[in-house]
Design a binder for this molecule. Structure first.
Ligand SMILES: C[S@@+](CC[C@H](N)C(=O)[O-])C[C@H]1O[C@@H](n2cnc3c(N)ncnc32)[C@H](O)[C@@H]1O
Length: 259
């Protein structure tokens, strides 16, 4: 299945990070002209702060999520402070490369890497068949914690994961190889390219953004009596049949649907 055919319409719009950058640029241009017009000279840090305030106002007017406002406010001031700290330029390149291989297309998918707790792994385990073979997929498997835990506790299952970010994928691949998890495999692949009809249980811990499209995919592909389980993120207008509460740090809830 092609990635574009199933992704939600919202994801094909301008990703918020690009909108945020455009608004920063607009603030910078407007302020530069304004300062020239008034004939005032501003120190770099004052200029940066003014830029931040303007960009935050633009983000508010553009109805970006509220958590973008502090980012917009502090982005240029942080740039000015960091550049004046005399940090060698290769540090920025290394930091950028590390972020790139860890987060990959998060700017587009809006699904970053964060990990399910061990309490979630245990709650997930209670939903799996205890004594018969089954197949399980983690859609966006991160560094493979869910897969390796369940493959240990449920040796009769077959566990697959798909992950697009290179570093988490490589990490989980090595973890599985070196740990000798014979019933477990990860693929460097987008979840939108997976055929869910092969699985008895599909698990996802993503973000609110792809849930509507994922629900559509689950409805289209998963077999009757299979399970779809989402950590934390609900599907609008489709309440789960069961919610499992955990007492981890975030009080994560598993939303469980049986087809
Ligand atoms: C929140 S993490 C969850 C990791 C793991 N499933 C867990 O519960 O600990 C989401 C993961 O999905 C990955 N991801 C995002 N979009 C994806 C896609 N289209 N296909 C495969 N993986 C994706 C991200 O790179 C990230 O590692």
């Amino acid at each position: 299945m092609s990635e574009n055919s199933i992704q939600p319409r919202r994801m094909r719009k301008l990703p918020p990070v690009f909108l945020a950058l455009l608004l920063q640029l607009a603030a910078f241009v407007l302020l530069t002209f304004g300062v020239r017009l008034l004939g005032h000279a501003l120190s770099p840090i004052v200029f940066a702060l003014a830029c931040g305030v303007l960009a935050a106002i633009f983000s508010h007017l553009a109805q970006q999520a509220r958590w973008w406002l502090p980012i917009q406010l502090l982005f240029v001031p942080a740039l000015v402070i960091t550049l004046s700290a005399g940090i060698p330029s290769y540090v920025f390149l290394l930091a950028f490369l590390l972020m790139l291989v860890s987060y990959w297309s998060t700017f587009r998918t809006q699904v970053p890497l964060y990990l399910s707790s061990d309490k979630v792994w245990q709650a997930l385990g209670t939903q799996l068949p205890a004594d018969q073979p089954f197949s399980f997929i983690d859609l966006g498997s991160g560094i493979g914690g869910v897969l390796t835990h369940l493959s240990r506790t449920h040796p009769q299952g077959t566990f697959h994961g798909v992950e697009t970010a290179p570093l988490p994928f490589a990490w989980s691949w090595l973890r599985i190889k070196l740990g000798g998890y014979h019933n477990c495999r990860v693929y460097w692949r987008s979840l939108w390219d997976c055929d869910l009809s092969r699985y008895d249980v599909a698990f996802a811990y993503l973000s609110p953004v792809p849930m509507a499209a994922l629900w559509e995919k689950v409805q289209k592909e998963m077999r009757p009596d299979s399970l779809f389980i989402s950590n934390t993120f609900a599907v609008a207008e489709h309440p789960p049949q069961r919610i499992l509460k955990t007492d981890d740090l975030h009080h994560s809830e598993l939303h469980v649907w049986r087809k």
